[in-house]
Design a protein around this ligand. Sequence first.
Ligand code: UDP
Ligand code: MN
Length: 353
Amino acid sequence: MMKCRKLALTRCCLSRTLTPCRGRQVLCLLTLLMASVTLSAVALRMRGSEAPLSLSDFLHILFPLELAGHRRVPPCALLDGNDTELKGPIDADTDSIPSLAELEEWLAPSLLPGGLFIPRNCRPSHKIAVIVPFRDRRVHLKIFLRHMHPFLQRQNLQYGIFIVEQAGDGPFNRALLMNVGYREALLLHPSLDCFIFHDVDLLPLDDRIRYSCGGQPVHLSANIDVHGNKLMYANLFGGASMLTKAMMENVNGFSNVFFGWGGEDDDMSFRVRSHDMKITRYNLDIARYTMMRHVRENKNDRQKLLIDGRKRIHSDGLNSLRYERVRLDLRPLFTLIEVRINQTQVLTDQGLL
Ligand code: UDP
Ligand code: MN
């Protein structure tokens, strides 16, 4: 007995044969688990996360560990148009507005805190972040969550939903929020490798629109009902689009200087196309979306910003991103990241003021 107590725990961990170690191996595994969680936490702090770590943060750090347990299951089958489990065209209920409590009761049991989902029976090819820029669209958000969680789960995807909310009432900056979502999601889950940038008011109407990255950037929302069910113009990249981590890094993310409505998606379209990538889409009869009604924002003249933006690609984007994170909340159905943006500072940084 004495001998056992004196044996270093690590020796017990390594040994299957040492008799005095019997019964200590569970303790050993627990210790190793705690150590890896602590190390991950330290690493997370070192990567610049300012908020204190909560219990939920620890759960998030366990996300990649959770994955490790999935090595023994087969890879998730690639679902395509011929897959019988996917229904093809689907409806979207945009009339009834659920309460968040109702949604949580229904959806949260299959999710991890922060709105993360891991398929049980197969090992997914990608780890996906759905990043949603947001402010003052609570009704849309509830309808979005009700539609999107089941939609993504039917595709057997491993994903998290990240709502990036702009604080205050300054001009909305959709593209900067996308960069924030990308950066913060990766800080929480370094193994994410596929990013879907998604307006909160858009709902896919076909199960065959696969929300998982491939070899080229994908413009998902090609055919939107309120746009007359046609592709508005050839280089369109707004609404819902999908890029791998490598593609995002390659183009330095989105531009940060587009305050107010419009232009940022065209700037991103140019970034992608000028880096030897091709925007791909599903056929219009598959890539169908409905857009929930909202007031139209005023259009701004973006010509100059867009033309000069071509020279700014490698100085304006992820490498110049500045914001103040005011909240990081692991809600049952999504991770909420609230940020304040200093417009004067962002524009001054780029010599635009
Ligand atoms: N958005 C938001 N609050 C706003 C403005 C925009 O949450 O006040 C987000 C939301 O995700 C929205 C997206 O930015 O779907 C694009 O804005 P909007 O729908 O106004 O653009 P449009 O559909 O007119 O291109
Ligand atoms: Mn819209």
